[in-house]
Design a protein around this ligand. Structure first.
Ligand code: HEM
Length: 287
């Protein structure tokens, strides 16, 4: 009689079969790279997990990381084509710190505060979940005269928090990585504002004990991808692109990839050879 139970069972089976097919594809690959699926299959870190649990652990991590990172990277490209001065400043810094004879790497992170600021600003400006993920109040609470009984489902308005003018200033609606950096007290350059060294500077990773557990992985992968793209490519809008209206993208539970078209060109002729050489020197195989 309970249709929701049948639906839940059906959804579980459909999702499980998708996760299982990716898990098996990875584990049975003829040239497997070190990864969590292989480690779990070989029982290195599996503990007491059943076969189904191993499939769901890896599947859930993919589900939580793929869309979120993809949407954020799309907005990064959108911002770069829309704000050429930001792109230029980042590329000048990359030329200064990394140069044009090798690719950027994680050792450069400390000297690239502006790129870290760009990543923070993309996440602030276009949160992937504008209304976060609903949470339940753990105890009775009062907020600005409103009583919130224990158990109430609360939707944190991340879109609005990330645009709070008292916190971010009158240009909170604009894309401006400058808000996260300040002049260095010791040298000529700029540094990440100390308060943002260990603080996201936005609310896009959620709240409380269920805050995104993958945020450090996300931050690192967004940083290195942004660096590599900016180091290698010049990004221009293909057609005239105008900034989205105030609430343009935030109409859904999940912010979606912006609809725009851009053109990429190599920043200098050696890029292709350096990318190929770096790939050849790494363990990664590309087919
Ligand atoms: C731009 C990238 C990302 C964004 C914006 C993001 C955002 C979020 C948000 C908003 C939540 C819900 C938090 C809450 O309930 O308040 C969440 C949960 C989660 N995220 Fe991420 N995420 C990102 C990348 C990743 C990555 C790369 C991974 C894994 C490597 C990951 C793994 C998870 C997991 C497992 C949860 C569930 C945590 C729990 O319920 O206890 N996320 N993420």
């Amino acid at each position: 009689m309970a249709k929701w139970k049948r639906n839940a069972k059906r959804d579980f089976q459909q999702t499980a079969s998708v996760y299982e097919s990716y898990y098996n594809l990875t584990v049975n690959s003829s040239n497997p790279q070190p990864n969590l699926c292989v480690s779990l299959a070989e029982n290195e870190v599996a503990g007491e997990l059943t076969a189904v649990e191993k499939v769901w652990v890896t599947g859930a991590i993919s589900a939580a990381s793929l869309d979120t990172t993809t949407v954020t990277l799309s907005y990064f490209l959108y911002a770069m084509s829309l704000y050429p001065k930001v792109q230029e400043r980042a590329q000048n810094l990359l030329d200064e710190v990394v140069g044009r004879s090798r690719m950027p790497n994680f050792d450069d992170m400390k000297q690239l505060p502006y790129i870290r600021a760009i990543v923070k600003e993309v996440l602030r400006w276009q949160p992937v979940t504008p209304l976060a993920i609903p949470h339940a109040a753990m105890e009775d609470d009062w907020y600005e005269g409103y009583f919130i009984p224990k158990g109430t489902i609360v939707f944190p308005n991340v879109w609005s928090m990330n645009r709070d003018q008292e916190t971010y200033g009158p240009d909170a609606d604009q894309f401006s990585p400058e808000r996260f950096i300040q002049k260095s007290e010791t040298g000529n350059g700029f540094v990440l504002c100390p308060e943002f060294e260990n603080n996201d500077g936005h609310f896009s990773y959620g709240f409380g004990r269920r805050v995104c557990v993958g945020r450090h992985v996300a931050e690192n992968s967004l940083f290195i991808t942004a660096c590599t793209i900016l180091w290698a490519l010049h990004i221009e809008p293909k057609a005239v692109t105008t900034p989205m209206s105030k609430h343009g993208a935030a109409q859904d539970i999940l912010n979606s990839t912006p609809d725009f078209d851009c053109h990429f060109s190599l920043r200098f002729p050696e890029v292709e050879d350096i990318l190929q050489d770096t790939l050849a020197g790494s363990n990664v195989s590309v087919s």
